[in-house]
Design a protein around this ligand. Structure first.
Ligand code: SIN
Length: 518
């Protein structure tokens, strides 16, 4: 299908995704640029909005970006890009100032900001707004975008494909109200978030389905670190079957983990107990559940008392109360769930991908700041720091929409694919906290065999949702099978050790090419 057949709009910059990274980019772009800020669904569905804990920033009296750097690198297990982390931590304080300048507020303590602790941090360095920091930041930024005349929010639009011509990105295809539409642009920024929402048990909404990563892959961009999916240790399943996050700040402020015998078990797995890095805590919980043949362990926050819990953790408290659980007296059943995807579209330190005029930031991007395991509360910071860097680069290099660009539209693609829900159930089984090569191989073969059978045209965003799920699962499994070691969030039962000699490298995947380690 030629793009001429589709309705077409033209912008200077199209930002796909309006979570923290997309909005940070939009707000830092020059006011003379005509910007489309695309969102897939309501603000409350995006991962930024759901973030409870807060944002890590080295502003405490006993802290500095050097300590924040050291913690991030240690938790990242040898795969962080040190330069990217230096940027992240050193730009933390100014990021906080930026948020405050547009009206964001953070909880105060006796000596200024109330800084909390989360797992893996050696200092109290998380700024927060009660236990709904992400929602507060997202609403503040959304209000600010509405004051800008040059930012046009396009609601309920699904990214279908990224368009390229003459080896440059020149726009994208979206679906809106059942119709495909071309958005021509000088620059496209992918800020669509990660793909953890594909897993059957996830703290993300199903709209966190990696659309931007899959589209960038089809357009030829390099993708990296796809095997690293972070599992949040403490999630609760509500009476209606939804997975609800219980922020790590609860453990940071004194809650502990108990097994079914009522024993605290974390110290037999890690010297830092409940404050061990997130991958260690998730694995310890998983082992304990297996050892006791149970589906969950318990979070015990009783010692914090009702007044403290109901005020400081008001969102969690009220959600649990709706489920007839009261943290001051009840043990809360919890289990790990998919939470954050570290891998994504490979970028440089300015958010440039391997395709000219295509940028990525936030969870969709792999900047290298998280290595093999993300330090808690570094992601809101990353979204703003790198979103603003993308904007800075576009402001300097801004290219106008290419009018004679030959658009390759993938809208008429044909694919054979499984339903995303089936893929999610299989990922949960084979690519969860503990992975086994033979299970992953079996599911990968199943996906690949279905792909070579004759398929059907991708007709709408639901088809793309399923198709993307299959492509992303293949990328994840291929990378996870390639990495024959255990590191950070990726744990292979048959290779339980880290193997720096062979695997202290990143896996890069690109359409039509064999995966390579670099
Ligand atoms: C949490 O509040 O535990 C989530 C924070 C994060 O994912 O960084």
């Amino acid at each position: 299908m030629a793009d001429e057949e589709l309705e077409t709009d033209t912008y200077d910059v199209v930002i796909v995704g309006s979570g923290i990274a997309g909005m940070a980019t939009a707000l830092a772009l020059q006011p003379n640029l005509n910007i489309a800020l695309i969102n897939k669904g309501p603000l409350k569905e995006c991962s930024t909005y759901k973030a409870q804990g807060g944002m890590a920033v080295a502003v405490g009296a006993d802290d500095s970006p050097v300590e924040h750097l050291a913690d991030t690198l240690r938790v990242g297990q040898g795969l962080c890009n040190k330069q990217a982390v230096e940027i992240l931590v050193s730009e933390g304080p100014q990021t906080l100032t930026f948020l405050q300048s547009i009206g964001a507020d953070f909880d105060k303590g006796e000596n200024g900001l109330n800084l909390t602790r989360e797992a893996g941090h050696s200092r109290n360095r998380i700024v927060h707004y009660f236990d709904y920091t992400g929602r507060h930041i997202a609403e503040t930024m959304a209000r600010e975008t509405e004051t800008r005349d040059n930012i046009h929010r396009l609601d309920n639009c699904v990214l279908i494909d990224i368009l390229t011509g003459a080896q440059k990105c020149c726009g994208c295809v979206i679906q809106y109200n059942g119709c495909f539409k071309v958005l021509r642009a000088g620059v496209v920024v992918v800020a669509t978030g990660g793909y953890s929402g594909l897993f059957a048990r996830s703290t993300n909404s199903i709209s966190s389905s990696g659309d931007g990563i899959a589209a960038a892959y089809r357009a030829g961009a390099a993708i990296t670190d796809m095997e690293f999916v972070q599992f949040h240790p403490t999630t609760f399943t509500t009476l209606s079957g939804k997975v609800f996050l219980l922020t790590e700040a609860l453990r940071g402020e004194g809650a502990v983990l108990l097994n079914h015998q009522g024993e605290r078990f974390m110290f037999s797995y890690h010297p830092n107990g409940e404050l061990a890095p997130r991958d260690e805590v998730s694995r310890a919980i998983f082992h304990e559940m297996k050892r006791e043949s149970q589906e969950f362990v318990y979070l015990d926050a009783r010692q914090l008392g009702k007044d403290y819990l109901a005020n400081r953790f008001r969102q969690v408290y009220s959600e649990l109360a709706k489920n007839d659980l009261f943290m001051e007296k009840d043990l809360i059943p919890i289990a790990p769930a998919a939470h954050y995807t570290i891998g994504g579209i490979q970028t440089d330190l300015w958010g440039r991908t391997t395709i000219a005029n295509l940028y990525a930031c936030g969870e969709a991007a792999a900047t290298g700041v998280h290595g093999a395991n993300r330090l808690a509360s570094n992601s809101l910071l990353e979204g703003i720091v790198f979103g603003r860097r993308v904007a800075k680069t576009i402001n300097q290099e801004s290219s106008k929409p290419v009018s004679n660009c030959l658009l390759f539209s993938a809208v008429k693609q044909v694919g054979k694919y499984q339903q995303a829900t089936e893929v999610g159930a299989a990922l949960e089984r084979v690519a969860g906290v503990i992975r086994r090569g033979r299970d992953m191989e079996a599911f990968l073969t199943e996906l690949q065999q279905s792909a070579v059978m004759q398929g059907k045209p991708l007709a709408d965003s639901k088809d793309y949702h399923d198709f993307n799920a299959c492509q992303l699962a293949e990328l994840l499994l291929e990378a996870a099978l390639f990495r024959c070691e255990s590191r950070g969030t990726h744990y292979r039962e048959e290779y339980p050790q880290k193997n720096d000699h062979e695997f202290k490298k990143h896996i890069i995947q690109q359409w039509g090419k064999k995966a390579v380690m670099q």
